[in-house]
Design a protein around this ligand. Structure first.
Ligand code: 13P
Ligand code: ZN
Length: 269
């Protein structure tokens, strides 16, 4: 028995998470238990789900998040591998609900798999998105090799330096990651400080932010779209490296060409 039985719309969301988890492994972005995914599934929580008992004790989130009262999330399990989640999403992640106090949660299904250690960042971001009236319901943290490598240089950590370079490698990157890449200086993984800095940076009008020397954190309407934004950014980083490996600094598209795209496609920046 699974909570997904007879809930095809909810199952479709979890199937998409599993599909993306497989891509993360194939890309080489998900060593061991690297990366995590959460999806706000509240709109699929029916009365039958609401009547289910908890299968864990009540646990603190580490933050009080007023917009998450009664919300439901699918969360990757801490220490779980994306390559395992790709085959068995409900054995390597779980469905949780947030309690009335907005500061605690309990696991409801299918197994008592403890959620990701980055839960404070994920849930704080979902709270922020709801407060903003955003339609985004999914958040992805992953370790894309080339993008992480960029953050080992102070040059690329400067505000919008990496965005400009990445956008200029190939038109698709600006078209499909139109807000660019925000930069968060190194902070302890799973810390509340990292969660707060992630929100401050997303709030500067980005959908994807870089955690220096660690990974990216991306938000979008669903997990496939969040993955796509990271995928186009990392593709650009690979093109940059390919040019450097051929022995030259790539020219990049011109400022005029980048501006022309914003005008032609109605991009926000
Ligand atoms: P979890 O296994 O707790 O999700 O952690 C993976 C990770 O990438 C931490 O930043
Ligand atoms: Zn990580």
């Amino acid at each position: 028995m699974s909570i997904l039985d007879n809930r095809p719309a909810l199952k479709a969301q979890i199937d998409q998470v599993a599909e993306v988890a497989g891509y993360l492994w194939i890309k080489g972005w998900a060593e061991r238990n690297g990366g995590n995914i959460t999806v706000n599934i509240t709109e699929w929580a029916d009365e039958g789900m609401k009547a289910l008992p908890a299968i864990s004790e009540v646990k603190p989130i580490g933050k009080t998040l007023p917009r998450l009262k009664g919300c439901w999330f699918y969360c990757k399990g801490t220490g779980k591998r994306m390559r395992d989640l790709a085959r068995q999403p409900m054995a390597n992640g779980s469905i949780i609900r947030i309690l009335e106090d907005c500061a605690h949660y309990e696991i409801v299904a299918d197994q008592p798999v403890a959620p990701t250690s980055e839960l404070p960042s994920h849930l704080a971001v979902h709270d922020y998105l709801l407060a903003k009236g955003s339609p985004y319901r999914a958040s992805l943290h992953t370790h894309p090799i080339e993008l992480v490598a960029l953050t080992h240089s102070r040059k690329w950590m400067k505000k919008d330096a990496a965005t400009k370079m990445l956008w200029s490698m190939i038109p698709e990157t600006k078209a499909f990651c139109p807000r660019g890449l925000g930069m968060v200086p190194y902070m302890l993984p799973s810390s509340v400080e990292l969660a707060d800095a992630t929100i401050r940076t997303l709030d500067q009008d980005y959908d994807v932010v870089m955690w220096e020397k660690h990974g990216v954190f991306a938000v979008d309407v669903d997990i496939m779209s969040a993955f796509d934004q990271v995928d186009v950014l990392n593709k650009s980083a690979q093109i940059y490296i390919a040019a450097k490996n051929m022995g030259f600094e790539p020219d990049g598209m011109t400022d005029a060409q980048l501006k022309e795209m914003s005008f032609a496609f109605g991009l926000p920046k």
